[in-house]
Design a protein around this ligand. Structure first.
Ligand SMILES: Nc1nc2c(ncn2[C@@H]2O[C@H](COP(=O)(O)OP(=O)(O)OP(=O)(O)O)[C@@H](O)[C@H]2O)c(=O)[nH]1
Ligand SMILES: [Mg+2]
Ligand SMILES: [Zn+2]
Length: 304
């Protein structure tokens, strides 16, 4: 697809599109595209392949949005209804969480993973700022790493102060289109600057008062990596709001529940209070991690 036009940044009104010859073209989107997709707050997302018409002034007008191979949506924020498409056409989506500063949020990870399962996007987990980990943190991270690897997710430990970990990350990114999603201050942009110092992307401090990042990255953007491949750096988000997921299908998106749920007595079992539940049985046998099950219940409740 490298011979096509691709959206590399969107500020709402204007889109930056990279042309096959490497030039960057500022583009607008005709209003009809917005009317067509009312349930989506952004009809064009970073990563989209598009067709253009280029005007005399050198700016473009998007004439067609190519069918997406996949995308990652989340609930729109700021009181807007519908969904926001965070990124389109990627090989893998990484959730980036810092072990500390800001605090690790496993609920975020699990909601993100459910969305990736539902939208058939390969997912991985990056535990960053490992240099700040205390003994207890190491125990927790080792537990989570085993847990997530067992259910099929690539999981890596990084620190911008540990070159070996950065090289490992760099290898995972090379040759693919990847995206980093996570809370503000987790270190998404810092990791990219460490993978490729020529990028010189802007990073910001984490507030020592609130222990939160300061929303330094303001727009998602797709950047080429020197080892081949592309990465989409995204602005930090406080929560990962899921969209279009029904209570009755939620357990389909927990890989460790896929098999046990086949033994449930009721076809529409929510695996919460029903008798003859295969998932509860598997839980009692220690085959489902208590943290994941409690995440499942939290999400189930939030889907009311
Ligand atoms: N100790 C330590 N600090 C880190 C690490 N990675 C990033 N930081 C620091 O964390 C702060 C936030 O980094 P950013 O890269 O701006 O975080 P971000 O996830 O891009 O944040 P937003 O753009 O706001 O979403 C900076 O002060 C970084 O220096 C790490 O591995 N270890
Ligand atoms: Mg950033
Ligand atoms: Zn059940």
């Amino acid at each position: 697809m490298s011979s096509s036009f691709r959206v590399i940044q969107s500020t709402g009104k204007w889109y930056k599109v990279s042309a096959p010859d490497g030039k960057i073209i500022d583009c607008r989107l005709p209003g009809k595209f917005r009317l067509e997709k009312k349930e989506v707050t952004n009809p064009v997302a970073v990563g989209d392949f598009v067709e253009l018409e280029i005007g005399k002034d050198g700016t473009g007008s998007i004439t067609e949005i190519k069918v997406r191979e996949n995308y990652v949506p989340r609930q729109a924020t700021h009181g807007r209804r519908g969904e926001q498409i965070l990124v389109a056409n990627i090989d893998i989506a990484w959730v980036v969480q810092s072990v500390r500063h800001p605090k690790l949020n496993t609920g975020f990870i699990d909601r993100f993973l459910v969305t990736c399962e539902a939208y058939e996007v390969r997912a991985g987990i990056i535990f960053n700022k490992m240099d700040l980990a205390k003994k207890n943190d190491h125990n927790l991270i080792n537990h989570l790493t085993k847990l997530y690897q067992n259910i099929g997710y690539d999981t890596i430990h990084t620190s911008i102060h540990n070159q070996t970990s950065v090289e490992e990350l760099s290898e995972k990114l090379s040759g693919k289109t990847s995206v980093f999603i996570g809370p503000s201050g987790a270190g998404k942009t810092s990791l990219l600057n460490t993978v490729d110092p020529d990028l010189e992307l802007r990073v910001g401090e984490v507030s020592s008062r609130t222990n939160k990042g300061k929303h330094t990255t303001t727009y998602a953007s797709l950047v080429p990596l020197k080892n081949g491949g592309y990465i989409v750096d995204t602005p930090g988000i406080r929560e990962f709001g899921m969209v279009n997921i029904e209570k009755s299908e939620l357990s389909l998106f927990f890989p460790e529940m896929a098999e046990p749920r086949q033994n449930c007595r009721f076809y529409n079992c929510t695996h919460y209070h029903e008798p003859g539940c295969g998932v509860s049985e598997a839980y009692d046998l220690g085959k489902i991690d208590p943290e994941r099950y409690s995440s499942y219940l939290n999400i189930l409740e939030s889907l009311d």
